[in-house]
Ligand binder design. Sequence first.
Ligand code: PAF
Length: 298
Amino acid sequence: MRKISSPKVFQAEMRKLRERAKTIGFVPTMGALHDGHLALVRRARRENDIVAVSIFVNPAQFGPKEDFKRYPRTIGRDEKLLKNLKVDYLFHPTPKAMYPDSYALKISMGSPWVKDRLRKKFFPLLENLCGKYRPGHFEGVMAIVAKLLVLAQCHRTYFGQKDYQQAILIRRMIEDLHFDVIMKVLPTVRESDGLAMSSRNRYLSGDERRRAVALSRTLFWLRGQVRSGTRNILWLKREAARRLKPAVDKIQYFDIVDPQSLASLRRWQTEMVVLTACFVGKTRLIDNVTIKVKNQKS
Ligand code: PAF
């Protein structure tokens, strides 16, 4: 595995591979790798000649009171894991290299046809859910992913469904900016008790870890209810929150939304996503499940 820290060198290397007609699979990460990341890497390994992974804790996607400084950095361990999976390139740039003092670009959501004050109504995918509680977060994500894709020049790029809103926004950006890349979103990888794998799980104490399982349990409970015929969305939301509340320290949001627009639903539809963000202790955890049912019972 070749480790590269210079954006220019990484870009030149990827260009050479493309000129030699190699297919490139690229997995962007912030490191502190877990089985969720490794599933993306394995898939990239199966589908491409060359696999490149980036590890970059992106300062632009953390709010001033968030955990940028504390975010786990485990580069030595990560390198070993990636070597074991036969990754060809690890791109590990410094913040200065990605954001030199001259850096000025911001990628956001909007449209020439919609006034900024109506953004909330027309762009729930940026403004709802995590977008509401982490202002600027997704702009930071989109900027770094755009930059990484320009450098990696990959044929396929891989993301996890745990970050559902992120995946939808990145897909939108890829389409809007005409990136010539196939984006693959793979299912959330879970611990044996259902907790979604996340680099932030390592912040949890023993007691918090036990309580954290309530997120996935509640989501699965709700999906079970829908599958067995419950159609009252407002009741489902209320009842799920009632179940979640005793286990977590704060529910930031718990919502049932349209899978594409992420607009909050008041009425039942055949495809929905249920998403939640909760604090367990000081740790903010997110999780989601998608729901697809065939018949619309009234
Ligand atoms: O999902 C993540 O780990 C990050 O948001 C990403 C996509 C690597 C961008 O920094």
